[in-house]
Write a protein that binds this ligand. Structure first.
Ligand code: ATP
Ligand code: MG
Length: 223
């Protein structure tokens, strides 16, 4: 429970590879928060060959953004399932149009976003570590061969299932994604700063940033 009784409506904002997925996993280990990751949802849809997955596959592989109408209905569906819980978005919204759609969605629940955390990691550091990233698709768990390698190489710690290197994590596609972030997503920093809900935490690694988020959430939640 939160101290105020108002549920957490949170969102992690950050460049691709900034560690949104890693922070989300760690947050879930300590707090009663349900995470909704747009990238994980899309990758699961691709793995299951759903209609959304079939459309999204090529778009993601070339480093583009999936159309807003698809993303908005995907997220709207997820949020409808968890509207009484504390929740945290990872990867959505990704442009101002999506942010406005989310605002409209939340009007129905009478509870706007109340915590946006920006993960501020130098982009040269992000580029250096991206080729070392592996993911477990069903859970979205993220590993980095240097910073948090799996216990057994190539397999997920919890399930023992195989890890994969994302096809969009190659250097060329990754640069396109970073460029998209800088042009299309980063204006959200201003959008949420103006609403007074933005906090920015800086650091070169997720280990440096996590304690700052933990500290923030400890002040919001009754432990
Ligand atoms: P990371 O996983 O490193 O935190 P990322 O932002 O690059 O960063 P995901 O969030 O997993 O990766 O998204 C992967 C891809 O899925 C994006 O490059 C994009 O094509 C698509 N995608 C995810 N969320 C959205 C969204 N809100 N709008 C449009 N496309 C999206
Ligand atoms: Mg992610």
């Amino acid at each position: 429970k939160t101290i105020t009784g108002i549920p957490l409506r949170g969102m992690l904002l950050g460049a691709p590879g900034a560690g949104k997925g890693t922070q989300t996993e760690r947050i879930k280990n300590y707090f009663d928060i349900t995470a909704v990751s747009s990238g994980n949802l899309l990758r699961q849809n691709i793995a299951m060959n759903t209609q959304v997955g079939i459309i999204a596959k090529e778009i993601i592989e070339r480093g583009d953004l999936v159309p807003d109408n698809i993303m908005v209905s995907l997220i709207e569906n997820e949020l409808a399932k968890i509207h009484n819980q504390n929740w945290l978005l990872d990867g959505f919204p990704r442009n101002v149009e999506q942010a406005q759609a989310l605002d409209r969605m939340l009007e129905n629940y009478n509870c706007p976003l109340n915590m946006v955390v920006s993960l501020d990691v130098p982009q040269d550091i992000i580029i250096a570590r991206i080729t070392e990233r592996y993911v477990h698709i069903p859970s979205g768990r993220v590993y980095n061969l240097t910073y948090n390698p799996p216990v057994v190489p190539g397999v997920d710690d919890i399930t023992g299932e195989p890890l994969v290197h994302r096809p969009d994590d190659n250097p060329d596609t990754f640069r396109l994604r970073l460029d998209k972030y800088n042009r299309i997503t980063s204006p959200l920093l201003d959008y949420y700063a103006k609403k007074g809900v933005l906090r920015t935490y800086s650091g070169n690694t997720s280990d440096i940033i996590f304690p700052q988020i933990y500290n923030l959430l400890s002040n919001i939640f009754i432990m």
